[in-house]
Design a protein around this ligand. Structure first.
Ligand code: SF4
Length: 479
C-alpha cells in the first residue's frame, strides 16, 4: 500500500497541519525554494554520504524514484536477513502508511543500531521528533533495535591535513528520548493522517509557526491578505507581540495603539508607511564624519566567504567562515583575488587587507565579518609579519554598521533583505548582483574555465555596488 506520510511530511505536519494538507492537495501553491534552502539540502546530502564511510562496506538501498519504494522495502528486508550484510545505507521501511528512509542501519554484535545523520553542530527538538518517527516505524516493522543514535558534526573538531571521520562526527544515542516520544508520535501520525483524509484544509491562521522551525513554503498563499507594509513584517517588534495584535484584529500600522514600541520601531513604521527610507536624524553627525573621510584613497572591498560544513582547511572547524574571493575597487582600479584555499593565499589575503588599510579607509558590506576573516587569515602570517600586518579597527567602515548606527530602515523587512536589494533601495540602481549563495557554489563547483570566469566577472560588480550604496547614504544625510 502506498504511504501517506514520510519523514518530511510528518515534520511539516508537526509545524502546521494546514501546510501538510496544502502540500499534498495543492502543491502548486508552494513558493519557490530559496537558494539558502537549496544549499542546505545539498549540504545535508554531502554530509550524509560522508558519514556512510564510518561504516564501510554497506549495501545501498536508496530508492532512485518513488516508484521504487515498494521494491526497496523488500530489498531492505532481504538484506537484513543475510547474515553477511552488516550495514545498510538508506534502509527503507513502512509502517502504518508511514515511509521512512533511515540513513544507516548497522548490525553490531549486540543487534541492530540505527543512525540518522545531521549536517549540524547540535541536536534540535525537530531532529528528536524526526528520530522518534523513525524509531516508531522501525520497531513497528519488527526491527529489534538495540540503539538509535544521531550522528552530527562535532563543533570542537579541528581539521589537520587529513579528515578524521571518527573525530569530525559525534554519535549521540537518543534511544531514551525517542522511547519517551513513542506514544506522542503515534498520536501525531493519526492526527496527520486524518488531516490528509479530510475534505478541506484545516482552518489555521498565520502565526509564529509560519517561520519556525522552518520557513513555510506556503507563506505566499496564506499571507496574501497581509499588505507588504503591515506591522507583521516589522522585525523591530517581537514576533509574539505582532501576532498578539494580529489576533486582536489589526493588520495595518495605522491600527496600532499610540506610542507602540521603541524608537527603532517608530522609525521603521514611518519607513513602511511612507514607502521611503527613514533614519534617525540625531545620528547624522558621526556617520557624516566617517563618510567625509573618503579622499580618493579609500577602497571598496567585497569578500565572498563561505562556511563549509566539512572543513578542508588546516586549523578550521565545521562551519568556520572562510574567505573565498575578494573583489577590490581602489583608486579607480578593480582587482579580484580568488582561490583562497591555501595557507599561503590566506597570508596574502591578510597582507592585502593590511596594505589597503595603510592607504586609506576600507569600505565594506559588513565590517565585523571582514575583521573576523582578517583575524582568521592572520594566523597564517610569518612570525616577522605578525607585528607589521594589522587591520586597525578605525580603518574599516561597514555598510551594515552605518545602517545600524543611523537607525536606518527600508520600507521592507530587514530580515531577509539581500545585498542587491539593499543597494537598490539606497542608490536606486539595480546592479543585478547574483545571489551570494549561488555565486559561492558556482565558484566552488565550476568545472569549466568559462563558468569560473563568468562567476568572477559577476563578482566585479560588488565593490562598485558598495561604492554606490555609500555614496547614496552620503547624499541622504547631507540633504
Ligand atoms: S504559511 Fe503558516 S498557516 Fe500557512 S500553511 Fe504555512 S505554517 Fe501554516
Amino acid at each position: 500500500m502506498a504511504h501517506l506520510l514520510s519523514k518530511s511530511t510528518y515534520i511539516r505536519g508537526r509545524q502546521c497541519q494546514k501546510s501538510l494538507y496544502l502540500n499534498k492537495k495543492r502543491p502548486f501553491l508552494r513558493d519557490k525554494i530559496s537558494p539558502e534552502q537549496l544549499a542546505k539540502f545539498k549540504r545535508g546530502t554531502d554530509v550524509g554520504i560522508l558519514a556512510q564511510s564510518l561504516f564501510p562496506g554497506g549495501v545501498d538501498c536508496k530508492p532512485k524514484s518513488p516508484a521504487q519504494y515498494a521494491a526497496k522495502i523488500a530489498e531492505t528486508a532481504a538484506m537484513m536477513a543475510k547474515p553477511e550484510v552488516h550495514t545498510i545505507y538508506e534502509a527503507v521501511f513502512q509502517w502504518e502508511e508511514v515511509l521512512i528512509i533511515l540513513d544507516i542501519l548497522a548490525r553490531h554484535n549486540d543487534g541492530w543500531h540505527a543512525y540518522e545523520v545531521k549536517s549540524s553542530l547540535r541536536i534540535s527538538e525537530t531532529y528528536l521528533q524526526d528520530a522518534a518517527l523513525q524509531y516508531y516505524v522501525l520497531t513497528g516493522s519488527g526491527v529489534k533495535l538495540h540503539d538509535f543514535s544521531i550522528i552530527h558534526l562535532d563543533a570542537d573538531y579541528i581539521f589537520q591535513e587529513n579528515l578524521e571521520l571518527d573525530k569530525l562526527f559525534k554519535t549521540v544515542s537518543v534511544l531514551e528520548e525517542v522511547r519517551q516520544h513513542y506514544d506522542e508520535t503515534g498520536t501525531n501520525i493519526r492526527i496527520s493522517k486524518a488531516t490528509l483524509e479530510a475534505e478541506s484544509s484545516p482552518k489555521i491562521p498565520i502565526g509564529p509557526w509560519c517561520h519556525s522551525p522552518y520557513p513555510c513554503d506556503l507563506i505566499g498563499h496564506c499571507w496574501k491578505h497581509v499588505p507588504a507594509n503591515s506591522f507583521l513584517y516589522m522585525d523591530t517588534i517581537a514576533e509574539e507581540k505582532r501576532f498578539e495584535w494580529y489576533r486582536e484584529g489589526m493588520l495595518n500600522i495605522g491600527e496600532l495603539p499610540d506610542h507602540f514600541g521603541e524608537e527603532n520601531s517608530r522609525i521603521q513604521a514611518k519607513a513602511f508607511q511612507s514607502g521611503k527610507i527613514c533614519f534617525d536624524t540625531q545620528q547624522i553627525d558621526p556617520v557624516q564624519q566617517l563618510l567625509k573621510s573618503r579622499d580618493g584613497m579609500e577602497s571598496y572591498v567585497y569578500v565572498l566567504s563561505h562556511s563549509p560544513a566539512i572543513p578542508h582547511f588546516s586549523g578550521t572547524r565545521p562551519f568556520e567562515r572562510l574567505p573565498l574571493a575578494i573583489s577590490i575597487l581602489s583608486s579607480g582600479e578593480l582587482t579580484i583575488h580568488h582561490h583562497l584555499a591555501t595557507a599561503e593565499s590566506m597570508r596574502k589575503f591578510a597582507i592585502i587587507l593590511a596594505g589597503l588599510s595603510r592607504k586609506g579607509k576600507i569600505f565594506t558590506a559588513d565590517g565585523q565579518t571582514l575583521k573576523d576573516l582578517f583575524h582568521f587569515a592572520s594566523k597564517y602570517l610569518n612570525k616577522s609579519e605578525l607585528e607589521e600586518v594589522s587591520l586597525p579597527e578605525e580603518s574599516i567602515v561597514g555598510l551594515q554598521q552605518l545602517i545600524d548606527e543611523l537607525k536606518l530602515f527600508f520600507p521592507v523587512s530587514m530580515k531577509d533583505i539581500s545585498f542587491n536589494e539593499m543597494v537598490r533601495w539606497l542608490s536606486g540602481k539595480n546592479f543585478k548582483l547574483k545571489n551570494e549563495v549561488f555565486l559561492v557554489s558556482d565558484l566552488i563547483q565550476a568545472e569549466t574555465e568559462p563558468l569560473f570566469a563568468d562567476s568572477l566577472q559577476r563578482l566585479r560588480l560588488f565593490p562598485e555596488a558598495l561604492k554606490s550604496a555609500f555614496d547614496a547614504i552620503h547624499s541622504l544625510i547631507s540633504r
